[in-house]
Design a protein around this ligand. Structure first.
Ligand SMILES: [Zn+2]
Length: 106
């Protein structure tokens, strides 16, 4: 199984850094892999996400919905082409959820 973390860079107000979404996802995915006794591998994170609603706040980066869907698909499908049959996306940003929720297919 390979796990791909998906996150975002966005404002979180004065109390959190703009990279908190991917810092948390990175920790969760790396810790899951560490505890899996070799059953889980981690791919490099996808740092950017869909974030149109926060573009009024400095530091936020957004990726257009169709570009984001295609990019995440291409990353995951690259692993399929290399023989992985279990790919899990771990999402750390709420607005990505509707865009990465798919099952199966090729
Ligand atoms: Zn977020």
């Amino acid at each position: 199984m390979i796990v791909i973390g998906v996150a975002a860079i966005e404002q979180h107000g004065p109390h959190l850094p703009i990279d908190v979404d991917y810092v948390l996802v990175e920790y969760v995915t790396e810790e899951a892999a560490r505890r899996s006794d070799g059953l889980i591998l981690t791919a490099p994170l996808i740092h950017y996400g869909f974030n149109e609603h926060n573009m009024g706040f400095p530091g936020t980066i957004t990726i257009r919905e169709t570009v984001f869907i295609d990019f995440v698909y291409d990353v995951a499908h690259s692993f399929v082409r290399q023989g992985f049959d279990r790919i899990v996306l771990i999402n750390g940003h709420g607005s990505n959820q509707m865009l990465i929720s798919w099952r199966g297919g090729s």
